[in-house]
Design a protein around this ligand. Sequence first.
Ligand code: GUN
Length: 290
Amino acid sequence: MADRIDGKRLANGLIQGLTKEVEQFKASHNVVPGLAVVLVGHDPASQVYVSSKVKRAKEAGLNSIEHYLSEDCSQSELDGVIEQLNSNPNVHGILVQLPLPSHLCEKKVIESIAPEKDVDGFHPQNVGRLGTGEASLTPCTPLGCMLMLRQHFGDCLSGLSGKHAVVIGRSNIVGKPMAQLLLQANCTVTVVHSRTQNIESLCQQADILIAAVGQPEMVKSSWVKTGAVVIDVGINAISRDGKRKLVGDVEFDSVSGVASALSPVPGGVGPMTIACLMQNTLTAAKNQIN
Ligand code: GUN
């Protein structure tokens, strides 16, 4: 039976440590790190994610600034909110929850956030820095996955060195930055996606398998090498036996019988993403003070 990589417990520990650091930062600089979260519209999943982010930010002692805009908000209205947040010295981090309604341009929004306040790490300047290994603001979900792997393999990253990591999915939010972080940790990295031929046989070669596709239980036990470490990034709401349920991209029960370690859904990557957002906000505030 695979070890359970408990993201919830790890995230609680991280936030506990961060809360102390936030207190020290306040005491020494007389500044409360501020996180602004912008939600446009009423996407139910986005509403849940945003309320968790706001709740955790407050618990960690951050100043939480929230902007809720209507579904039909115009591009210029959204641009105006970001401009205001960019120039507000009490705001150190800005997060615009994605996806946006289809009439709004995500690229324009991402590029308009001041790079030093871009706690998502999505601005092209931060994406470029990630590629050269100089990032200080790294996308939260891949950063959370790396912390889970680091904990599993031991704090020394040489535990990851030389391992074959296969990332399923090539999104800007998870797949691509995940591949960069694994490369920096000296893994051999393969990225597979919807047009890849023989996905299953490539996944079978993975020592580390990261599933980030948004397809409920796509990864079966036959895809997983005995002893592999599996991180499940998917959070998919499904109906089963007449009940709503959250499942990952990995078929948990069967893969548990093959993998050496596996992260659960819920209670795996989700809480780590939020903890890393808090960490990025403190990092952004530190960078802006200096
Ligand atoms: N939507 C899904 N994941 C994310 C994320 O990490 N950041 C933002 N801004 N939106 C998301």
